[in-house]
Design a protein around this ligand. Structure first.
Ligand code: ZN
Length: 125
């Protein structure tokens, strides 16, 4: 029915910030894991990067939790970047091995648009 409508997301700035917070948290958790492995293997010990990357990861992840719970789809009133245990909408964008909410984040950052994982409504940001 309404699945082909491509409307502007009402809180687009917050949605973009939310998406970039997720990207930043991914970067810092990967940095943490790389430096943890390098440190455990006695290849490179850099406690400054190790400690600060986990703090920055927690900061951006916490920011995403706050923003992700505040941002709702106007159509279904569910959270497009929060995926529970229920199956997502059949038309939700998925990529192999990546959860639907992560695809929403990647689409916001790379394409400036996303599809709600709960109702399939398309938005551009
Ligand atoms: Zn929705």
């Amino acid at each position: 029915m309404c699945l082909r409508i491509n409307q502007k997301y009402p809180r687009l700035l917050l949605m973009k910030i939310n998406a970039w917070f997720v990207i930043a948290s991914w970067v810092f958790i990967i940095t943490f894991l790389v430096f943890l492995i390098l440190g455990l293997a006695n290849i490179l010990k850099n406690e400054f990067v190790l400690v600060n990357s986990i703090y920055l990861f927690m900061f951006f992840a916490f920011g995403h939790i706050i923003l992700g719970t505040c941002l709702k789809c106007p159509n279904c009133v569910k959270r497009p970047t929060v995926q529970g245990i229920k199956p997502v909408h059949p038309s939700a964008d998925t990529k192999t091995g990546i959860n639907a909410w992560s695809v929403v984040i990647l689409n916001i950052v790379s394409k400036g648009k996303f599809k709600c994982i709960h109702c399939g409504r398309k938005y551009h940001v």
